[in-house]
Design a protein around this ligand. Structure first.
Ligand code: PRP
Length: 176
């Protein structure tokens, strides 16, 4: 079974990633930001983005807990892994694949803020504002999408489809 239709093509993603990379390179000119890849969904976006940034960057990795039905969550997501514990005086950019309820990002931001970074910004390939529970500020955004279940370019359903080179909408029958 394959996803029902392409929502964002490989070429569109490539163009947008290049634009975001240029923006970050300009904004952080002469600095060396630390980019935090939020596992696992962000791996493809992260790998493509760092290669179009023309600055030195440091790469770190974090993972938040996932839960099956986020709409019934009590509003908490736990940080389960962070490759760097202290961001004091560091310019940090969190790299997400998608912001949905905002719960994962909110807990990661709180964790990083606690260590007093020099600055903290958020970059996400996708934003699904219709599902937001916690408000979050997105400094660099690829695409805003409707309330579709999307897979590909790092995003999964039951760990499948991460390796599709484009973003696709999944057949609702496949989601159950
Ligand atoms: C997804 C995605 C974000 C988070 C966004 O990760 O990669 O990190 O959910 O959802 P939220 O805004 O509702 O918190 P997931 O927990 O599915 O793990 P994965 O990246 O390993 O697939």
């Amino acid at each position: 079974m394959s996803p029902i239709r392409t929502l964002i093509s490989e070429a569109e993603i490539k163009d947008r990633v290049r634009q975001i990379g240029a923006e970050i390179s300009k904004d952080y000119n002469a600095r060396t930001p630390t980019l935090v890849c939020v596992l696992k969904g962000s791996i493809i976006f992260f790998a493509d983005l760092i290669r179009v940034i023309t600055l030195d960057v440091n790469c770190e990795f974090a993972q938040t807990s996932s839960y099956n039905d986020k709409t019934v969550s009590s509003g908490e997501a736990k940080l389960v892994f962070n490759s760097k514990l202290n961001f004091k005086n560091i310019d940090v950019i969190i790299i997400e694949d998608i912001i949905d309820t905002g719960l994962s990002l909110t807990s990661l931001i709180a964790e990083i803020q606690r260590t007093t970074p020099a600055s903290l910004k958020v970059c996400s390939l996708l934003n699904k504002p219709s599902r937001r529970i916690k408000p979050v500020r997105i400094d660099y955004l690829g695409f805003e999408i409707e309330n579709h279940f999307v897979v590909g370019y790092g995003l999964d359903h039951a760990q499948k489809y991460r390796n599709l080179p484009y973003i696709a909408i999944l057949d609702p029958n496949e989601i159950r």
